[in-house]
Design a protein around this ligand. Sequence first.
Ligand SMILES: Nc1ncnc2c1ncn2[C@@H]1O[C@H](COP(=O)(O)OP(=O)(O)OP(=O)(O)O)[C@@H](O)[C@H]1O
Ligand SMILES: [Mg+2]
Length: 424
Amino acid sequence: MRCVLVLASGAAWESEALDRLRESAGIVVLKRCVDVDDLLASAATQQADVAVVSSDAPGLDGSTVQTLRRHGVGVVAVTGAHLREDAESRLARAGILATVPDTEVTSLPATLLALADAQVTVPAPRAGTLATVPEQPDAEAPTGPVQPGRVIVVWGPVGAPGRTTTATAIASELAARGRATLLVDADPHASVAQHLGVQDQVSGLLSAARTPSPVQAERLASAARAVGDHLAVLTGLPRPERQVEMRDGVLGEIVTELALTCDVVVDTGSELLGPHALRDGAAGMTLEALEVADEVVVVGAADPVGLARLARGLVQLRETWGETPVRVVVNRMRSSLGWSRSDVASMVEGFASVSSLHFLPDDRAAVDRALVAARSVAQEEGSALAGGVRELVDALHPETCRVTTKAAGWPRFRRRTAGTTRQP
Ligand SMILES: Nc1ncnc2c1ncn2[C@@H]1O[C@H](COP(=O)(O)OP(=O)(O)OP(=O)(O)O)[C@@H](O)[C@H]1O
Ligand SMILES: [Mg+2]
């Protein structure tokens, strides 16, 4: 039995498709959805197992497909003749199960019924995945199903505005709130390992990328390094040139698979090109991460050069990624610059409509303490920087705001590494 949601967005094929689906044994049309938000809300009720969507439905992107997948809803796209090849391959990479030309909607029921059950059911968390059980059984640790997580991609323009500092802080704060969290270093000029004092003779990302397709969480487990009870890291490339070993689409696959069982925070490089641009070079991994992001956090430096680059970056992001909601972090804010938060807010609002704007103070002492101790700035108790990170994570994950103990259903990572403290 296939329980189906339909999002046709006014396409001409809708009525014939609905007739064919409704008259087919083994198919139940649960709902005609009016837009992507309606589709996602319907999918969240977990009653459907397939969504039939128009490939050019407004707002339908890789992130939508991934979110549907996390709700256990496979996606079949009805495509028009005008669909560009690159758009089709992007949808395929995002995890669309099948495409049906709009001239052949009579074949939709057969396509849906031919899908294997395994393709359209959400994978259950498996033993030995990244979200694994504590090494020491903990009587107080809650049990229950592991829930799918969110993908938070941290990007920022060139000039070291603080992407890695922010990404490690978000990941560490989420972990401190009991969310099983994986931090992925997808910046070709990797540095997460240095920030967190992880010995990375072996690149976690390259190990993960070598797992055969389709990527599966069990196989990714050995590539990640635990750095805390709920936090693990997929370390980055040893050198930017090693990107050639990342086959096209593999980062998106890795992140999507991991997000089935934990929150994933991705630190990216500064290069940003449009989705139709050549995918190789430094932008490839950033683009793949953005394609599967639930949230994009854009980090800019508070000084004149940093703000100018931030403004350009926000425009570029809007031009290339359209509706993707972004949160902006203005980092290293300080009074000596001579502008207030509201001055900066007016500037940012002039360039982009953002979901929220956050400020992190310039605090060299707190950052140095964190770097020397190989921990994130979120762990610098009592610092204004840690306070700013908390507010940011409150906005990213409102449901964790008041959670100070382990959240139900989120198991710990097994700590496998010893000596994650940096040597003086
Ligand atoms: N809020 C802050 N206060 C003081 N120093 C900071 C702050 N945030 C970041 N820094 C410092 O700025 C430098 C760059 O930070 P970070 O490595 O996070 O930037 P990045 O954008 O990831 O840069 P890269 O291009 O090297 O990847 C580091 O030395 C870091 O310690
Ligand atoms: Mg960095």
